[in-house]
Write a protein that binds this ligand. Structure first.
Ligand code: ADP
Ligand code: MG
Length: 392
């Protein structure tokens, strides 16, 4: 039986969505093969674990009194999760804090959406620990998270996107007029987005200069980097998921989220559509599979694979498209999609539990392949240098 640490929550505006994804993964993990160990990152960044946070009840009541604080040591190859317990060495001695092994972990399943989780930071910690983990590595997670860097990479791969420009908060403070001019060169209507958020937070549509200014003011309050792009008018939104790594990729069914408003808001994505809680993105209204012309669907599948591979993604990702009639634009990649987009795989015959198993197996394969990389090189460099000799 392998111990799989499922990490969820986190310092992100998508904290609550991540709790749902974490719970879904724990619930659906194949218990004949794996023992899920919940690791909840609080909003202020503490890691908590224990049986009491394996179900949603603790989160509904915000009761973590039974949970224990845990941590990894960032030593390569130490796969233990540790905790600190107060202990008395003998009847006579005072209590002292002792570091104890909480659990030995075989692999980690990150389920933290957005900042400090989906952006390469958590992946960086896991690289230092040197443990197999599900999903994207540091670089692909970071590229996928930053809407500007993502677009720049896709542009260099010839992937069709709407025209865009970007700037920093300090540019907005110093060069307002220039930014407005640059944006108006693209032409209304425009979408203004913080570069590094998610769940539609801080995003607005602007149809004139007045709206553009207030949209930018909102976006710069969330992020120091902002992207402005051409709006697709009355687009059809089509999402698809890609699973695998390197050349070994498969694609899911396509979904068409059904929107009441033009822009899917946070509430619409996660609250108004969901019935009975713990559904996450599963609760949203959608057409699945989407009704698409064969050649449009093929184009979406091709671009989805290209979008996945070109940033070096691995595991499972959801790639979102905007359709202007038959013209396909890639909108974004989500390298840790809500509910790990299991519902897009069900029509292909892949069950949620099998998707989780596949992802853990990919993580183990990638880890083994990476271990073969040479990380030391005997150069005799230190024998040849005289730097530091004066200190003797
Ligand atoms: N260029 C665009 N044209 C039309 N609609 C857009 C455009 N960009 C974003 N949207 C709408 O806004 C929503 C949120 O934007 P998105 O880039 O997906 O950000 P997030 O990372 O917050 O999901 C999309 O699902 C879509 O409904
Ligand atoms: Mg989106």
């Amino acid at each position: 039986m392998k111990n799989i640490a499922v990490i969820f929550g986190g310092r992100s505006v998508e904290h609550e969505v991540s709790i749902i994804t974490g719970m879904q993964i724990i619930e659906n993990m194949d218990k004949t093969k794996y023992n899920p160990i919940p690791v909840y990152i609080t909003k202020d960044g503490r890691f908590l674990s224990g049986e009491s946070i394996k179900t949603i009840v603790a989160f509904k009541n915000s009761d973590f009194s039974q949970a224990e604080e845990v941590f990894f040591k960032p030593y390569a190859g130490d796969h233990n999760l540790y905790t600190i317990r107060s202990k008395k060495a003998s009847i006579l001695s005072k209590e002292s804090d002792q570091v104890e092994i909480f659990a030995k972990i075989d692999a980690v399943f990150p389920a933290v959406h957005g900042t400090n989780g989906e952006d390469g930071t958590l992946q960086g910690l896991l690289e230092m620990v040197g443990i197999p983990y599900v999903g994207c590595g540091v670089m692909s997670a970071a590229v996928g998270m930053d809407k500007v860097t993502m677009k720049d990479v896709y542009k260099s791969h010839g992937i069709p996107m709407t025209q865009y420009t970007y700037f920093y908060r300090s540019d907005w403070q110093n060069n307002r007029e220039e930014i407005l001019k640059e944006a108006e060169k693209i032409g209304y209507n425009l979408f203004v987005k913080p570069a590094n958020l998610g769940s539609s937070i801080g995003i607005s549509k602007a149809c004139n200069r007045e709206e553009l200014i207030s949209a930018i003011d909102i976006a710069v309050s969330y992020d120091s980097k902002v992207v402005i792009e051409k709006a697709v008018e009355n687009p059809r939104e089509i999402n698809i998921s890609v699973l695998g790594y390197e050349d070994n990729l498969s694609v899911s069914a396509c979904e068409e989220p059904v929107s009441i408003e033009k822009l899917l808001t946070y509430d619409e994505k996660y609250i108004s559509g969901s019935k009975g809680g713990s559904k996450g993105m599963k609760g949203q209204k959608r057409k699945l599979p989407a009704d698409l012309k064969e050649e449009v669907e093929e184009e979406i599948e091709r671009l989805a694979k290209e979008g996945f591979k070109s940033i070096g993604a691995s595991g499972v990702a959801r790639i979102d498209f905007l359709l202007d009639k038959d013209k396909v634009y890639l909108n974004e990649i989500n390298t840790l999609p809500g509910s790990i987009s299991f519902y897009l795989w069900e029509p292909t015959g892949l069950k949620f539990s099998d998707l989780i198993t596949r992802l853990i197996e990919i993580a183990e394969k990638k880890y083994e392949a990476r271990k073969k990389n040479i990380t030391s090189y005997d150069s005799q460099l230190l024998n040849k240098t005289s730097y530091g000799a004066k200190l003797q």
